[in-house]
Ligand binder design. Structure first.
Ligand SMILES: [Zn+2]
Length: 98
């Protein structure tokens, strides 16, 4: 007999995006519902190390992801979408890359 356990998240389980500076270790938690303006994540608010750059597009990619996530989450609120539920499966043994 084989037993397999899956870990699933509902979209509403994701409540914030958490950033930890590799330079100084400060943590910044941004609520998923926050209306974030660009330019605030380009450098660490504590030590000024570069976090995301407009050159590589990583700021725009994050903001695009966040906007798409919020749009998807709101479309599933209140049973607006019928016929299925959407969950996110995470690794059963998450590996930290920190
Ligand atoms: Zn820092």
């Amino acid at each position: 007999m084989m037993y397999q356990q899956k870990r699933m998240l509902e979209l509403s389980d994701l409540i914030s995006f958490c950033f930890t500076c590799k330079g100084c270790g400060i943590s910044l938690s941004i609520p998923a519902s926050a209306n974030l303006k660009s330019g605030r994540l380009e450098k660490c608010p504590s030590c000024d190390d570069v976090w995301m750059t407009p050159v590589t597009g990583s700021v725009r990619k994050f903001l695009d992801f966040k906007q798409a996530f919020n749009s998807l989450t709101s479309s599933f609120e209140g049973g607006k979408v019928d016929g299925f539920t959407l969950t996110l499966e995470i690794a059963s043994d998450p590996v930290s890359t920190a």
